[in-house]
Design a protein around this ligand. Structure first.
Ligand SMILES: [Zn+2]
Length: 500
């Protein structure tokens, strides 16, 4: 967990889109684990021993938090999950039934003395300070709304047990609303049920008066709870709902069901990107949140061709995978991003193959001469994102073709494998290594194709060779242009991407 996204402030590259910088290609996205969606409904109405009340002020410049621990359940310390968030602590105090309890206030922790019962710790966080440094993806203002990563203001014990749970009650000033990733406690309006993931991993909460909310149903069992944050935009609410509904539907069509009962989506109007949706990312604390930056000039029609929303939503079909192994999580997701778009009719099958070919070409040209495993590990320092993403996507293609062409094991395609993997592990409450995922896939399929194919390329500095794959698919890349043979490879191409 030490490398978990969200334990450090976001690196500069991650801030680029919010700062209005254009991103080229698959610049990056990040994900971290979340709760099991089967646990989304509160298990009971019994209040947990740990109860939190949070009160943002009317100007959204500060947030006051009161964390109460029933009986002797108070921890020895409360700490922020984000490393330097202690700098934004304004005040802190504690009390029990007898009066004030002395707190040991340190820069990064509030020490709670032993021997007290029913302790409540009150503290205030400087939201104005957190958001003053311009834009970052863990605390920022979007017009009159503010988005705060939970690891900045929802302090927790230094060790959060896997079985930890708490309720958070939001007391909001007149006119202020909140968008949260957490499931609501049905019997208590304004109260939400949090499990360990809400504290161990980053989550995002929006407060404000201006954001617009949309509910997008995905099949009979799932929904996206969308908050479109304040800011100028040309896309309409109807266009945004349609865009997200189609992206989620494309994921559900391949996986057999949408991977979550509920996903929070934050749509953030922005400017300066070349694409209608310049950037997106997933965090999973307390439930999944997908953030999507939306170019203010993008019209509804432009959203039909967006690849970022299906990409981010597809991440939720895979288990949380540690960031060093992005070649697997991002690579397979990149491959499926184009398959999903072609299958859903968001682009033509030919355009989907062209997008894959163009991506492989970008990946081939990118890189620092490291092996794929090392490139993946060092990606956040070297920015060799395209190399890592597209080399991983190339491995996904190679595996898909082998599964389709050879009738061994239980999988007839990579689709079968992704469905089986989702059912087995996408709801895991911990990070997986790529090696574990690969072993799980081979185990589920009764194959060795995952380990064999990935082992062969992880230690190579060379981009995975796709010559044989292109031949089988009837594809040829000539001077940067993809030639598609009308007959050769057609059945295989159609099996992988057929328009609806
Ligand atoms: Zn991604």
């Amino acid at each position: 967990m030490s490398a978990a996204w969200g334990l450090r402030r976001a690196p500069v590259t991650a801030l680029a889109p919010l700062l209005g910088l254009a991103l080229v290609g698959a610049a990056g996205c990040a994900s971290a684990p979340e709760r099991s969606p089967r646990d989304l409904a509160p298990r009971d109405d019994e209040p947990p021993a740990w109860q939190i009340t949070a009160r943002p002020d009317a100007d959204l410049d500060a947030i006051e938090v009161v964390a109460c621990f029933r009986g002797a359940s108070a921890p020895l310390e409360l700490v922020p999950g984000s490393q330097d968030a202690g700098r934004y602590l304004l005040t802190a105090s504690a009390r029990d039934a007898h009066g004030a309890v002395p707190l040991d206030k340190r820069e990064d922790a509030l020490g709670i003395p032993r021997g007290h019962r029913d302790v409540c710790v009150s503290y205030a966080i400087d939201v104005g300070g957190l958001t003053a440094g311009g834009s970052s993806r863990d605390a920022y203002r979007a017009g009159r709304d503010v988005v705060l990563a939970t690891d900045l203001w929802l302090w927790r014990p230094r060790r959060v047990d896997r079985g930890a749970r708490a309720w958070v009650t939001l007391e909001l000033p007149e006119g202020v609303r909140a968008a949260v990733p957490w499931p609501a406690v049905a019997t208590r309006p304004g109260t939400y049920a949090l499990d360990a993931s809400a504290f161990r991993w980053r989550g995002l909460v929006a407060f404000g008066r201006a954001f617009e909310t949309l509910t997008v149903a995905v099949g009979p069992r799932s929904r996206l709870d969308v908050a479109v944050l304040d800011g100028d935009r040309r896309a309409t609410a109807g266009g945004i709902a349609r865009w997200l509904g189609r992206a989620a539907g494309a994921v559900a069509a391949t996986i057999g069901e949408f991977p979550r009962e509920r996903v929070q989506v934050l749509v953030v109007p922005t400017s300066g990107g070349d694409d209608p949706v310049p950037f997106g990312y997933v965090v999973r604390g307390g439930g999944a949140t997908v953030t999507l930056l939306l170019d203010r000039d993008a019209r509804d029609e432009a959203l039909d061709r967006d690849w970022v929303a299906p990409h981010e939503l597809f991440h939720l079909a895979m288990p949380p995978i540690r960031s060093e192994d992005s070649w697997l999580s991002e690579g397979f997701t990149m491959y499926y991003t184009e398959l999903l778009r072609g299958r859903a009719g968001l682009v033509t099958p030919r355009e989907a193959w062209e997008a894959l070919d163009a991506g492989f070409d970008r990946g081939y040209r990118d890189g620092t001469g490291r092996s794929l495993a090392d490139e993946s590990r060092d990606m956040r320092e070297t920015y060799a994102f395209k190399r890592v993403y597209w080399a991983g996507a190339a491995l996904a293609l190679l595996i898909d073709l082998e599964l389709r062409q050879r009738a061994e094991g239980r999988f007839r395609s990579l689709d079968d494998a992704m469905v089986a993997l989702f059912r087995a592990g996408a709801r895991a409450d911990r990070f997986w290594t790529a090696r574990e995922v690969v072993a799980e896939l081979d185990e589920l399929g009764g194959t060795d194709v995952f380990a064999r194919t990935t082992d062969a390329w992880l230690d190579e500095a060379e981009f995975p060779v796709l010559t044989g794959a292109y031949e089988a698919l009837g594809l040829r890349s000539v001077d940067g242009e993809l030639r598609v043979d009308p007959e050769r490879g057609r059945a295989l191409r159609d099996a992988i991407i057929s328009a609806p």
